[in-house]
Structure formats: structure tokens, C-alpha cells
Design a protein around this ligand. Structure first.
Ligand SMILES: [Zn+2]
Length: 289
């Protein structure tokens, strides 16, 4: 899976990727964690991964299904949310979902229901949800978010994969990583071969920074590919525009894939010095420089 913009939470990401790749996701996933920990962002990523039509890593971010989902207009991703008050997630909402869940998906082979603030479900609402989980229609996935899964009935919890998100750290939003990624983008096409390697040197000693830079690069390469294909930029990062002006879409997609693969090898605990060195060499080769 590609966890665009969702950092930290290493073991959770591994667990979720594996479950998705091996088709072992149950019909419900509960994302629990404190406010600001990225529950909704992760719910969106998981929902898109389920409907993405790409052959490789999902969600690819550029297939028509991903684009629709990102714009919030994919008909097979349905969102419901409770309010701030207790029991504000009413049984009627769950009943509507129940009847909708038995109607075939519109465009995807799956239907994804994101149920936010699930802790505000009344007991009646939870029991109605349980009924669906007991005999779920094919291809249904519920993604529930709440501060703690303990707010939900044990019978719901036992049918769900429960993932606990770490509190969001300040370091997850790192201007240093953004600046480094932008610098790398500019340097890929420079005549001096050593420039990228020099810029990447600090990354060999700092796994966190490496992770953040790779995440940012994945975003920027993909953004450049989208721009090259005539789409609109999500990052509005000028270096992505500059790169899109000089490289073909195929090369930009290959760069995205390279960053994704490097990111994966890093998670598999590869030696970072070697990883970064090879990555730098491949960046230029893939870009055709
Ligand atoms: Zn996709």
C-alpha cells in the first residue's frame, strides 16, 4: 500500500498492507486513536486502496477510481459520521446503510463505508451494524473510526481488525523533509551527478527523515506525472512543474515506482547507506540523465 501523507505507525502500516495484499481483511476495520492521529486520512487511504484499479501498489492516486475517490465523488465510498454528542450516530443512518449494502456497487467490485465517530453510535445503531457484520454482503468493507474501540460492543470488536494509531508527532510535518525533497527534484536533471548524492547524505543517518523525504518524493513524482498528463497539481510545488516540463509521463511514473520500492525496502530494514546510494544512482538513470 502507498500511505501518502500518513507517516509514523510503522507496524500498523505493515499489518494493514499485508492484510490487504493477502486478501485477509475482515469486513470491518476499526481505526482507534486520539484526535489528530490521522484516523480519517488512513480511512481514506484504505478506502482508495480497495477501489484502486492499478496493478501495482495501491492506492496509485492517478487511476480514474483514485481521482474520483480523492475528490470525494466515488459512488462506492460512502461516508457517515456521528456528531459530537453521545448517541448522535443514529440507528436510522445504520439502517440506511444496511439497505444500501445489499445493492451492488456502482463502479468498483467493492463498497466501502466509512463510519466516523463510531463511538457516538447508540447501542441500537451498533446492534443494527452487527446484523450486517454477521451476514455481510460480498465485497463490503466498513471502516470505523473512534478514539477507543472499547466504546464499541465486544461483538463488533470481535468481527473487526482493530488498528491503534499513534498520537501524531510534530516531526511528522517536517519542513526540512519538504525542502530536501524539492532540492532532490531540482538536482535529478542537473549535469553534476554528485549533487543528488550530496543532498541525500544526511538521509543515510536518519531513518525518520529518509522516510519523510521518500513520502514527499512519491507525492511530488506522482504530481509531476499528473501534470504531464494534463491534470492539476495537488502539491502546487514548483519543482514538480519543472520536472513535468522536462520528463515524459512514463519516466515520471517510473520515478514514482522507484521511490515506492525504496520506501518499501527501507521498511524491510535495508541498510540505509546502501539504500540511499543506490536510490540516488537510480534516480538519474530512471530519469534518463
Ligand atoms: Zn488507483
Amino acid at each position: 500500500m502507498i500511505f501518502e501523507g500518513f507517516t509514523g505507525n510503522d507496524s500498523l502500516r505493515q499489518q494493514l498492507s499485508l492484510a490487504l495484499d493477502q486478501g485477509r481483511l475482515p469486513h470491518a476495520v476499526i481505526l482507534e486513536g486520539p484526535p489528530g492521529s490521522g484516523k480519517r486520512a488512513l480511512a481514506g487511504i484504505l478506502a482508495r486502496a480497495c477501489i484502486c484499479t492499478a496493478q501495482g501498489e495501491r492506492p496509485c492516486g492517478i487511476c480514474p477510481a483514485c481521482v474520483k475517490a480523492k475528490a470525494g465523488s466515488h459512488p462506492d465510498i460512502i461516508t457517515e459520521s456521528g456528531g459530537s454528542a453521545a448517541r448522535s450516530f443514529h440507528v436510522d443512518a445504520v439502517r440506511r446503510i444496511r439497505s444500501d449494502a445489499f445493492i451492488k456497487p456502482n463502479e468498483s467490485s467493492r463498497k466501502i463505508y466509512c463510519l466516523f465517530e463510531a463511538q457516538t453510535m447508540s447501542e441500537q445503531a451498533q446492534n443494527a451494524l452487527l446484523k450486517i457484520l454477521e451476514e455481510p454482503p460480498n465485497g463490503i468493507l466498513f471502516i470505523l473510526t473512534c478514539p477507543s474501540a472499547s466504546a464499541l460492543l465486544p461483538t463488533i470488536r470481535s468481527r473487526s481488525l482493530i488498528l491503534t494509531l499513534e498520537p501524531r508527532e510534530e516531526s511528522n510535518l517536517n519542513p526540512e523533509a519538504d525542502a530536501l525533497a524539492a532540492k532532490i527534484l531540482r538536482e535529478i536533471t542537473l549535469p553534476e551527478e554528485a549533487a543528488v548524492l550530496k543532498t541525500c547524505a544526511p538521509l543515510t543517518q536518519n531513518r525518520d527523515l529518509l522516510r519523510q523525504v521518500l513520502d514527499r518524493l512519491i507525492l511530488l513524482f506522482r504530481d509531476a506525472a499528473v501534470l504531464r498528463a494534463g491534470g492539476t497539481s495537488l502539491t502546487r510545488e514548483p519543482t514538480a512543474e519543472e520536472l513535468a516540463a522536462v520528463l515524459t509521463r512514463d519516466r515520471l511514473l517510473a520515478l514514482t515506482e522507484l521511490a515506492v520500492q525504496t520506501r518499501r525496502r527501507m521498511e524491510q530494514n535495508a541498510n540505509t547507506t546502501l539504500l540511499v546510494t543506490v536510490f540516488c544512482a537510480q534516480l538519474r538513470a530512471v530519469a534518463g540523465y
